[in-house]
Design a protein around this ligand. Structure first.
Ligand SMILES: Cc1cc2nc3c(=O)[nH]c(=O)nc-3n(C[C@H](O)[C@H](O)[C@H](O)COP(=O)(O)OP(=O)(O)OC[C@H]3O[C@@H](n4cnc5c(N)ncnc54)[C@H](O)[C@@H]3O)c2cc1C
Length: 422
C-alpha cells in the first residue's frame, strides 16, 4: 500500500482544506501522511486572527479543522517557520509533495503623502492586534481621537469600522484580546468614516454584512440616500445579482431613522484619498471627490485596501502571490489559498480551490520517495504538536468560560509555548 508524504505549510483554512481533500482522496491503494507546519504556536490562520470577534459563528469552522487534524496520518508542527527553521528546498527534498498555504498577511499601501505618520496604520496590523495575534500584542493603536477614517470598500474595512464604533462592552462576551478590549474601552473614537474610492455600486462589501449593520444596538449607521440612488441609477436596469443585493441592503440602511447613539459609522463613496495631513501625527485626510477636494479632520486612519504575501526565500513571487499555474509551482511544489490567489474569497472559497489543486497534485504523483520527514530538520528545535495545541486550546476555552466568552486568547509567544508544554 503506497503511502505518500505531503508537507502543508500554513495552518489556515487553505492548509486544512488541502489536508481534507487529500484525506478524501485516500483509497486502500493510496494513503497520505500529512505534516502541517505553522509558524505560530497556534493554528487556524485568519479564522483566529482575521475574522471579526463579533462574528463567532464563522469561527465554528475550526471544528472542521480539528476533525481533519485528529484524523489518522495527520501531524501538526506549530512554532516552526518556513524560511527560518526549515527551508523550502529541504521540504521539497524530503516530501513527495509540498503545499504552500501561507496566506497573504502584509497590508497593501496607498502610496500617498503622510501614510507613514503616527496614527496611520494598516488593517493588516490593526486586525491581528484586536484578535490577539502574538506578533501584534504590543502594536500601538491611537484611539485617543474623536474621529477615525477607514479606507477601503470591502468586508475587512467594514469589520474594522464596526470594531472601532461598537460599544466596547459588547466585546466582553467575544474572544477579542484582553488588551484590545481595554484599548476600546478607553477609546475616544465616536465617529468612524468608511471611505470608498468608487461609487456604492462598485463596493466589494457583501450583502449579509451590510444587512447586519442596521441591527447594531449602540451604533448609528449613516449612508446618504442620494449616493445610493445615484449608484442604483449608474448600475442600470439589470445589475449583477451581488450588486443588486448590495444596493438593496444599502437602501435599507439609508432608510433607517437616526437612533441618536453616541457612536456613528458613516460611509463615504467616491472619496479617493490623496494625502494624509499632519505634522507629527495624523490630523486630517484630504480626498478627491467628484466636484473637487474635501479635507476631514481625524486622528486615526486605517487602510484596508488588500493584502499581499510576504516573500519566503526560495519561493517565486509576483504581484504579492506565489507564481503558479493552477496551483502548481514547480516539480513537487504546489500552492493553495490566499498565497495562490491573492486576498480574495471567503473561507469556503479555499475549500473548492484546495480540492482542485490536490486533485492535480495526486494526478502528478510519482513513486513514494520515503526520504524522511520534517522531524529530521528540527533537531534541537521545539515544536508544538496536536497534543500541545490541544492543551493550549483547552486552556483558552476554559479561561473564556470563566469570563463568559468563547475563549480568552493567549497573546504571547512564550506563554503559548509554555502552556503547550514546550
Ligand atoms: C480581517 C479579515 C476578516 C475576514 N473575515 C472573514 C469572514 O468573516 N468570513 C469568511 O468566510 N472569510 C473571512 N476572511 C477571509 C478568510 O480569512 C480567508 O479566505 C482565509 O483565511 C485564507 O486562508 P489561507 O489559509 O490562505 O490564509 P491564512 O488564513 O492567512 O493562513 C495562513 C497561515 O500560514 C501561516 N504562515 C505564514 N507564513 C508562514 C511560514 N513562513 N511558515 C509557516 N507558517 C506560515 C500563518 O501563520 C497562517 O496561520 C477574512 C479575512 C480577513 C483578512
Amino acid at each position: 500500500m503506497p503511502t505518500y508524504s505531503v508537507a502543508i505549510v500554513g495552518a489556515g483554512p487553505a492548509g486544512y482544506f488541502a489536508a481534507q481533500a487529500l484525506q478524501n482522496l485516500q483509497t486502500p491503494e493510496l494513503q497520505f501522511s500529512i505534516d502541517m507546519i505553522e509558524r505560530l504556536p497556534m493554528p487556524w490562520g485568519l479564522v483566529r486572527s482575521g475574522v471579526a470577534p463579533d462574528h463567532p459563528r464563522i469561527k465554528t469552522v475550526s471544528k472542521v479543522f480539528e476533525k481533519i487534524a485528529t484524523s489518522e496520518g495527520f501531524r501538526l508542527f506549530a512554532n516552526v517557520e518556513l524560511g527560518s527553521d526549515v527551508s523550502i528546498e529541504e521540504l521539497e527534498e524530503k516530501y513527495d509533495a509540498v503545499v504552500i498555504a501561507t496566506g497573504s498577511a502584509l497590508g497593501k499601501t496607498l502610496g500617498i503623502p503622510g501614510e507613514d505618520l503616527a496614527g496611520s496604520i494598516s488593517a493588516a496590523n490593526f486586525v491581528p492586534w484586536y484578535n490577539g495575534h502574538p506578533d501584534f500584542a504590543n502594536f500601538h493603536v491611537s484611539l485617543d481621537c474623536e474621529t477615525a477614517i477607514v479606507i477601503g470598500a470591502g468586508n475587512v474595512a467594514m469589520d474594522v469600522g464596526r470594531m472601532l464604533a461598537l460599544e466596547p462592552n459588547e466585546l466582553d462576551v467575544t474572544d477579542t484580546a484582553d488588551h484590545a478590549i481595554l484599548g476600546f474601552k478607553k477609546s475616544n473614537v465616536r465617529k468612524v468614516y468608511i471611505s470608498a474610492r468608487r461609487g456604492a455600486e462598485n463596493a466589494a462589501f457583501t450583502s449579509p454584512e451590510l444587512r447586519e449593520l442596521p441591527k447594531l444596538e449602540h451604533t448609528n449607521v449613516i449612508m446618504s440616500k442620494s449616493d445610493i440612488n445615484a449608484a442604483i441609477e449608474r448600475a442600470g436596469e439589470s445589475p449583477e445579482k451581488e450588486v443588486k443585493s448590495n444596493l438593496d441592503a444599502m437602501l435599507l440602511i439609508t432608510e433607517q431613522e437616526n437612533k441618536g447613539h453616541e457612536r456613528t459609522i458613516e460611509f463615504l463613496f467616491q472619496h479617493t484619498p490623496v494625502a494624509i495631513n499632519g505634522i507629527d501625527r495624523v490630523e486630517s485626510i484630504t480626498f478627491a471627490v467628484p466636484d473637487g477636494e474635501v479635507t476631514i479632520p481625524c486622528g486615526l486612519v486605517v487602510t484596508a485596501i488588500g493584502y499581499q504575501a510576504a516573500s519566503i526565500e526560495g519561493i517565486p513571487y509576483e504581484k504579492g502571490k506565489v507564481v503558479n499555474v493552477e496551483g502548481h509551482v514547480r516539480n513537487n511544489l504546489y500552492v493553495v489559498g490566499w498565497a495562490k490567489r491573492g486576498p480574495s474569497g471567503v473561507i469556503g472559497t479555499n475549500k473548492s480551490d484546495a480540492s482542485d489543486v490536490m486533485d492535480k497534485l495526486v494526478s502528478e504523483l510519482k513513486s513514494p520517495k520515503n526520504s524522511g520527514d520534517v522531524t529530521e530538520l528540527l533537531i534541537g528545535k521545539k515544536y508544538i504538536d496536536q497534543a500541545g495545541w490541544t492543551k493550549l486550546n483547552t486552556h483558552e476555552v476554559a479561561e473564556g468560560e470563566k469570563a463568559g466568552k468563547p475563549r480568552r486568547k493567549v497573546v504571547s509567544h512564550a506563554q503559548a509555548r509554555e502552556i503547550s508544554g514546550i
